[in-house]
Design a protein around this ligand. Sequence first.
Ligand code: ATP
Length: 330
Amino acid sequence: MIEAKGLTKRYGETVAVDNLSFEVKPGKVTGFLGPNGAGKSTTMRMILGLDTPTSGEVTIDGQRYRDLHRPLTKVGALLDAKWVHPNRSARSHLAWMAASNKLPKSRVDEVLGLVGLTEVAGKRAGNYSLGMSQRLGIAGALLGDPEILLFDEPVNGLDPEGIVWIRNFMHRLADEGRTVLVSSHLLSEMALTAEELVVIGRGKLIAQSSTQEFVDRASGTTVKVRTPQLDQFATVLNQQQFVTRIEDVENEGKVLFVEGDISTDQVGEAAAQHGVVLHELTLQRGSLEQAFMQMTGDSVQYHAQEGIAEVTQLDGPAAAELAAGPKEDN
Ligand SMILES: Nc1ncnc2c1ncn2[C@@H]1O[C@H](COP(=O)(O)OP(=O)(O)OP(=O)(O)O)[C@@H](O)[C@H]1O
């Protein structure tokens, strides 16, 4: 389990992470979401001991990263898939990582097999596609067979096949009982990948809940009704204090929407009581995008009209520092 308590990081005047507390539990994929500049990368850096909190702490099964004896056997991370030396092959890159962390060499071929890179393991990593590089990064994260995995934007730039592969792979890791924390800007993908969410804005916690709860709480549910007795049924529902709206939907004609915390059971029963014929009764949930925009609206640091885009990524040396493990292990 990853546990952050009052985690704060200041860079001069900038408060990148502000009194942040959350938990990431095993056996589930947890999505780490927030607008640009929200503090996700800074938080991940602090989890991995690459940055020191100004105050508060973040622990991994009760220990700080830097106090872990052999960190790669506890925590694996994919931060930047492109930091591999371009002239190295996947196999020699992983062999270097294994040696610097005192991990058995046999593990290299095991992880190459797990991510489906066995056939290209001898080829120069510089010629790998982004999808192959991501797989190599994941292989590196898995090298120490860690219980806890952190992935920063693992699906960025991947084609649909690569995205589905990563999604299924993360589910598999969580099903094995591992703790999986993944950040991504692709919200429709996160809706499919993450069962739990930690959502931050301007360094502060906005929500920690299941993905379903987050979406339902932010954007609510609506019941869609198609009926030939539209006005009659709307009147019945209004008399029962339900909020309704009628909309012209393309290719469907007039449709009745019942809003608020209401179930299809309640609407169906009301229809039966009043002899209303139903052609459709569907529960409509908001999307993760809608919920995210609603919940993080005020915390977006830079708006488009200001013409500033702030992207902070973990760079090669930082990722290399992590991969090489603590100095005494080298
Ligand atoms: N080394 C640094 N020095 C100064 N400010 C920093 C540094 N690293 C991050 N920041 C600032 O801290 C804030 C949070 O940045 P961070 O990169 O953690 O956000 P993020 O959520 O990962 O953003 P993105 O989604 O754009 O990658 C930003 O205002 C950023 O400019």
